[in-house]
Design a protein around this ligand. Structure first.
Ligand SMILES: Cc1ncc(COP(=O)(O)O)c(C=O)c1O
Length: 476
């Protein structure tokens, strides 16, 4: 069974073409396919429907589809329409596993670090503790007891009284978000989200049938608090998903007053707050963050992960859930994965015995990389609006020409893979054309190479006429 993409939906995700129209549109659709906004197996509208929805000629749309077919991204069969194919090597999933030996290009599609120094030692130490684990079945649907205790103690240190039985260890923060969505969100439920956000989380909610209501972006970040309070009061929202600490991709931090106001509005409306704190510890400049959102809403589901500060390869994340919601989550999980790998939990427990040295080394590395990328951009791409983020793993650069998709397509020609701004937007994706996310999770020499490739792509693009794209207030 294939998902049908309507001509209206596809047209809404495209910006008016420049240069050779069919090539430009084929590039745009190619990006929608490789980064997962249009999934493998989806059926595209007919050439005729797309022509009608975009106002382009039928000849142009036919050539667009021919380009995509030639690139191996579309299979057209009489009677079954045009079906999207995504060779693994082309997909954003493949860019997650680029190794240093690859000279295929540079992938900056993910904002995740390599393992910090010291993590290898934790693996070695965990081996010494392995016999105790091997004498059990290793099935841990709620998590390794010693790790749950340590994670609960970390919340206590942050002023949030937590007992170990409120902690569920998951396969990363994304596993946590999918579990929450599967457990509590039903077909047609409304879920409030930031308009600009981490897209896989939104997809976890829509996969469970959620209808997303998006918060407009405002000058100081992705939280228009007044509008959110109105939305929560005027229509029933089952849940709200927010990233208040070093928000991905903007790196914004939600002010304390906003946390208070939103928590109050959610409690009043009976909306489940799902709070992603996976970036909270990526605090490069040691800024004093407002208290955790959980301080203002004791019933919030707090989601966190070892991926950003330690290593994504551990696949260890967790949920701090209100007591009465723990069992529904554990039971829902039993139909899905029966628990996170036991050894990796043991490794993470080993890291948490003395996390400071590993964390300090990781944060020092990120800081150096961030500063380097900021300098490189100032030198080679001075048109970009860059404000160095105090935390998080990427720069959310402003593009004066509002042409993120086109720039990303051009960078690809220079062997640099990036994610265009619209990928991070729900509701009005074209609004993302004003931004480009640039992760600084790679070595300084790789960042230099990447910025040179990007600068070449930018120069090439500037030669074309930029369309007058929709305007959006830049996010600081
Ligand atoms: C805000 C946010 N939440 C969740 C995740 C998923 O992280 P994990 O590797 O823990 O599944 C990411 C990863 O990029 C993220 O940026």
């Amino acid at each position: 069974m294939s998902v049908a993409i309507s001509a209206h939906r596809l047209a809404a995700a495209l910006v008016p073409p420049v240069g050779v129209a069919y090539r430009d549109l084929a590039d745009q659709i190619r990006l929608l396919i490789v980064d997962g906004r249009i999934t493998a197996g989806a059926r595209l509208p007919s050439e005729r429907e797309l022509a009608a929805a975009t106002g382009l000629s039928r000849t142009t749309t036919a050539r667009v589809y021919a380009e995509l077919r030639d690139a191996g991204l579309l299979l057209s069969r009489r009677g079954s329409g045009s079906i999207v194919c995504v060779p693994f090597a082309e997909s954003s999933a493949s860019s997650l596993i680029v190794t240093p030996e690859d000279d295929a290009g540079i992938a900056m599609t993910y904002a995740a670090p390599v393992a910090p120094a010291g993590l290898g030692r934790a693996f070695e130490n965990a081996i010494a503790r392995l016999p105790g684990l091997l004498s059990t079945t290793g099935y841990l649907p709620d998590g390794l007891p010693v790790l749950r205790e340590m994670l609960a103690a970390r919340y206590e240190e942050r002023g949030l009284p937590t007992s170990p039985d409120q902690i569920i260890v998951t396969s990363g923060a994304l596993g946590a978000l999918s579990l929450i969505a599967r457990t509590f969100v039903e077909q047609g439920d409304r879920v409030l989200v930031e308009a600009v956000s981490y897209p896989h989380a939104h997809e976890a909610f829509t996969t469970s049938g959620a209808r997303l209501s998006t918060l407009p972006v405002v000058q100081h970040g992705p939280w228009d608090v007044e509008t959110a309070v109105d939305m929560l009061a005027s229509s029933r929202h089952r849940a709200a998903y927010l990233i208040p600490d070093f928000h991905n991709p903007t790196s914004a931090v939600m002010p304390e007053a906003a946390r208070e106001a939103l928590a109050r509005a959610m409690r009043r409306a009976g909306t489940l707050a799902v709070i992603d704190e996976s970036q909270r510890d990526v605090n490069l400049d040691g800024v004093e963050l407002p208290p955790s959102f959980g301080t203002f809403d004791r019933d919030a589901m707090l989601v966190d992960s070892a991926s950003k500060t330690f290593w994504g390869g551990l696949r260890v994340g967790w949920i701090r859930a209100p007591r009465d919601l723990v069992m529904p989550l554990v039971q829902a999980r039993m139909t899905h994965d029966l628990g996170t790998a036991a050894f990796e939990q043991l490794v993470f427990a080993e890291v948490l015995q003395d996390p400071e040295p590993v964390l300090t080394s990781a944060l020092n590395g990120f800081r150096t990389q961030r500063d380097h990328l900021v300098d490189l951009l100032a030198t080679h791409l001075p048109d970009l609006a860059v404000s160095p983020p105090a935390g998080g793993l990427s720069i959310w650069a402003g593009l004066p020409d509002h042409n993120s998709t086109r720039l990303v397509a051009a960078a690809r020609e220079h062997g640099l893979l990036l994610t265009p701004g619209p990928r991070f937007f729900s509701g009005a994706p074209v609004a993302g054309e004003a931004h480009l996310r640039l992760p600084y999770t790679q070595a300084p020499a790789v960042l230099e190479d990447a910025v040179h490739r990007l600068a070449k792509a930018y120069e090439g693009r500037r030669a074309d006429d930029a369309p007058d794209g929709p305007r959006l207030d830049l996010i600081a």
